[in-house]
Design a protein around this ligand. Structure first.
Ligand code: ADP
Ligand code: MG
Length: 255
């Protein structure tokens, strides 16, 4: 048995008295592409944000490559990370791609991509640039490297965001509805890049409403309902033979 790249155990997250995650388990091995489906408000973003430690879980364990993210109890704030150093180190290897791209608007495309390698990981700037240029080539945007985000289409901005995510050589890539903010004609170019990443064996957690992606690209699908995993399995099994009535309903409304 290999150590899972990411392991989430009995994860709970509440905001005041709103219990959003009620005991989620998830295991991602190297090369897994896991699609996370669920209605709006079911806790999908909160789950990804807990993995990335943008939110602190109320309880439960998260392990990256077998390393437990240490928590401690704070009287005022409840559970908080025990070591900021550990959080920074782990977070720097978990890249997140957001629905709204979240590029730095005052930085050029190239500057966006080298920002984390240079300022977080301490990669020499020259080296970071060479790598960033190769990544921009990959996502088809090398020619736009000196543009600013506002000069790009949404699809191009999202491809820059993916190049930026790749620049830290992430253990796991987290995608939160990466195509939801795009005009329909721009969705394909982003999905194509994501499909390539999947094919080269990247480990990815993808919150998405793109059923074709979930069915054809991911090797595991997880359906969240009110903070719990309601259905999970291989796409070829759960789309053809869903056991949960709620999941059946969900796919019938999304298709
Ligand atoms: P999804 O991504 O599946 O649509 P979210 O994880 O964004 O769902 O939200 C799940 C629930 O958590 C919602 O009820 C939302 O209002 C609540 N929530 C999310 N983030 C916060 C926050 N920072 N503070 C308070 N409530 C939040
Ligand atoms: Mg969300």
């Amino acid at each position: 048995m290999t150590v899972p790249t990411l392991s989430i155990k009995n994860l709970h997250k509440s905001f005041a008295d709103n219990q959003v995650l009620k005991g989620v388990d998830l295991e991602a091995h190297k090369g897994d592409v896991i699609s996370i489906l669920g209605a709006s408000g079911s806790g999908k973003s909160t789950l990804l944000r807990c993995v990335n430690l943008l939110e602190t879980p109320t309880s439960g364990d998260i392990l990256v490559n077998g390393e437990l993210i240490e928590m401690k109890q704070d009287k005022k704030r409840g559970a908080i990370p025990a070591s900021i150093k550990q959080v920074e180190r782990i977070r720097s290897r978990l890249a997140m791609v957001f629905q709204g791209f979240n590029l730095w608007s005052h930085l050029s495309v190239l500057e966006n991509v080298i920002e984390a390698p240079v300022h977080v990981l301490g990669v020499p700037k020259k080296e970071a640039i060479v790598k960033a240029e190769a990544l921009l080539q990959r996502v088809g945007l090398y020619e736009r490297k000196d543009y600013y985000p506002e000069q790009l289409s949404g699809g191009q901005q999202q491809r820059v965001a993916i190049a930026r995510a790749l620049a830290v050589e992430p253990e796991v890539m987290l995608f939160d509805e990466p195509t939801s903010a795009l005009d329909p004609e721009l969705v394909g170019e982003v999905l194509t890049v994501m499909r390539d990443l999947a094919e080269e064996g990247r480990t990815m957690l993808v919150v998405t409403h793109e059923m074709a992606f979930a069915r054809d690209v991911s090797n595991k699908v997880l359906f969240l309902h009110q903070g719990l995993v309601e259905e999970q399995g291989k796409p070829e099994d759960i789309f053809t033979n869903p056991t949960s009535e709620r999941f059946k309903q969900f796919i019938s409304t999304v298709y």
